[in-house]
Design a protein around this ligand. Structure first.
Ligand code: GRF
Length: 198
């Protein structure tokens, strides 16, 4: 059974997709063992609770400095004994120590076709604003392994989504989430879980 830890910061729609796919069996051999949020108000924590999954908040605001936060965050991760760590709309930079300790076992969902519209400062709605500004006809989402860089690790899956006439950043974001993120993130977890099963 693949022990999956999901890290969240916001609405948790990607977490919900994982929960739903595990429940319907599309993701095999997997248990979500814990959800960690850096944001106490994240609706993603509600979603975890609804699904009977332990959700905890480790907020930088509760620690006197970044180092103390990193220590507490890594302790919360280690305590879950995860085989795979999934960053699902998680807006905290992962400590280098954690990258090294879990190399090859942390994946992230980014709302563009990397290497376009990614890197420092490219997250959430900003990604779609930039795609519309540039006038691309196709965008999408990427699941990749996390390394020391920002959105630079090996790509696992990508899915393209068309940009339509009259798209606003909000409309485009929703389409990318529905048609790409919520499809390829569960698929990537299933691939990894079945690999473990083999
Ligand atoms: C969204 O901008 C999504 O595109 C990106 O993270 C943000 C929040 O996602 N992956 P979620 O609803 O919290 O999963």
């Amino acid at each position: 059974m693949l022990r999956v830890l999901v890290c969240v910061s916001g609405g948790g729609t990607n977490l919900q997709a994982i929960i739903d796919r595990v429940a319907d069996g599309s993701i095999g051999n997997t248990e979500i063992v814990r959800v960690i949020s850096n944001n106490p108000g994240a609706y993603a924590l509600e979603r975890a609770k609804e699904a009977g999954i332990e959700g905890i908040c480790v907020s930088p605001k509760n620690y006197e400095n970044r180092q103390a936060f990193h220590k507490a965050f890594l302790e919360a991760v280690d305590a879950a004994k995860p085989d795979l760590i999934v960053l699902a709309g998680f807006l905290v930079v992962i400590p280098e120590e954690m990258i090294a300790k879990y190399r090859g076992r942390i994946i992230n969902i980014h709302p563009s076709l990397i290497p376009s519209f990614c890197g420092t400062g490219y997250y959430g709605l900003k990604v779609h604003e930039k795609a519309l500004e540039r006038g691309v006809k196709v965008t999408g989402a990427t699941v990749h392994y996390v390394d020391e860089g920002t959105d630079t690790g090996p790509i696992i899956l990508q899915k393209a989504v068309s940009v339509e006439e009259g798209d606003t950043p909000e409309i485009l974001q929703r389409r990318v989430m529905e048609q790409a993120e919520w499809v390829i993130l569960p698929k990537a977890i299933d691939m990894i879980a079945r690999e473990k099963m083999k």
